[in-house]
Design a protein around this ligand. Structure first.
Ligand code: PLP
Length: 376
């Protein structure tokens, strides 16, 4: 990775070829199964590569007005889908001008906004998000079927009349999971909602399908989608976020100082809290190129960011050589749920964004003081 010493840190580097590798797999699933696949923008909204992504996918999925606008503006002719647990009236007035699919969280939301949709003069396909009350997702914070969940409507609260005007059902219950989990989830969905599908046009299986990871059973997914489509005569949509840019980006940072307090500590110019919040939320330990688990290599360090948060710790890593100020470290799998979740807590700068295209490394975005000030 020759670019590591050329970029200014901290920065994200998105690798175009790695992105394309993922997109080829997703396109293969689309073509073989006949389903449609959307980019869930909440995971990855680097719109400079939307024209590339749209050569492989059918459109974008949005979590609200702004993502829907971004999809409409930057994803060419791609379909624009939106879902939110609840829409504001003002937002709906704009959404009906740009969306192809609008997925409502409850029959009451649909009733509230139905007139706006129908008076839009545009062909909009309305859907309802349902809760199949089955999910293998842990921890609780990522489980849309947790007890008392607000996400989607449970079967007991839906009647035939509620579906008048509705063309599709949507469920999203998975997170970083394989085809086997979808296969175990579908019977729950079918048992509760299968009876409605005869009158509907589509079912959206949501995101969380880790299709582009190494051991994902792509062929089984294709077969499952084909079976489902022919059984119910509906269009099937998937809207993965992670799978689109999985392992396609890196975060390059620099060591600022090392110190000791029982253990060896290194402070770097990137922050878990600001630049990779899922490290703390999920939580997980991102890989660093050339590093090992604690104790595996000779020199072990706890890496932390320069913010005041005591818990701004990225993790413990070991290296062949001692770290010193100026050393650069490269974190892996930093394209997803990073740039979209960045914040400027402590006045931390936002990392620049680069695109690696073959041997060329191109600066896409850089940020400065005014970006911090403008938000406050
Ligand atoms: C989060 C989410 C997605 C994308 O999930 P990934 O885990 O990134 O694939 C898709 N649809 C909905 C409704 C979501 O909430």
């Amino acid at each position: 990775m020759e670019y590591v010493d050329k970029v200014s840190t901290p920065c994200y580097v998105i690798d175009k070829q790695l992105l394309i590798n993922n997109l080829e797999i997703l396109k293969y699933v689309r073509e073989q199964s006949g389903c449609k696949i959307l980019l869930a923008q909440k995971a990855f909204s680097m719109y400079s590569v939307y024209p590339l992504i749209m050569q492989y996918l059918d459109g974008t999925a949005a979590s609200g007005l702004y993502e829907a606008m971004l999809g409409r503006e930057e994803a060419g002719e791609g379909e624009v889908h939106v879902y939110s647990p609840a829409f504001k009236k003002d937002d709906m007035a704009q959404l009906v001008r740009i969306c192809d699919h609008i997925v409502f969280n409850s029959p009451s939301q649909y009733k509230l906004h139905r007139a706006a949709v129908e008076s839009s003069g545009r062909k909009i396909s309305c859907g309802l998000r349902v809760n199949p009350e089955y999910s293998e997702t842990e921890p609780e914070i990522y489980n849309p079927c947790a007890v008392g969940s607000r996400l989607g409507t449970v079967a007991a609260n839906i009647t035939e009349e509620d579906l008048d005007g509705i063309e599709g059902l949507h469920f999203h219950t998975m997170c970083e999971q394989g085809e086997d989990v979808l296969e175990r989830t579908l019977p729950h969905f079918e048992e509760k909602f299968g009876k409605y599908l005869g009158k509907l046009k589509w079912v959206n299986f949501g995101g969380g399908h880790h299709i582009t990871r190494d051991n994902y059973d792509v062929e089984a997914l294709i077969e499952l989608i084909k079976r489902f489509k022919s059984k119910y005569g509906v269009e099937v949509y998937l809207e993965p976020g992670e799978a689109v840019a999985l392992n396609a980006g890196f975060l390059v940072c620099e060591v600022l100082d090392t110190l000791k307090n029982g253990i060896d500590i290194a402070i770097v110019d990137t922050s878990a809290a600001c630049h990779m919040p899922d490290v703390l939320e999920m939580p997980y330990r991102p890989n660093i190129i050339g590093s090992g688990k604690p104790g595996e290599k000779k020199y072990t360090y706890r890496l932390g960011g320069p913010t005041c948060l005591a818990g701004d710790i990225i993790g413990d890593y070991s290296f062949d050589k001692p770290l010193s100020a100026g050393d650069r470290l490269v974190f892996c799998d930093m394209a997803i749920y990073t740039t979209v979740k960045n914040n400027t807590f402590n006045g931390m700068p936002l990392p620049s964004i680069y695109l690696k295209d073959n041997d060329e490394i191109r600066l896409i975005k850089s940020f400065e003081y005014k970006n911090f000030k403008a938000r406050l």
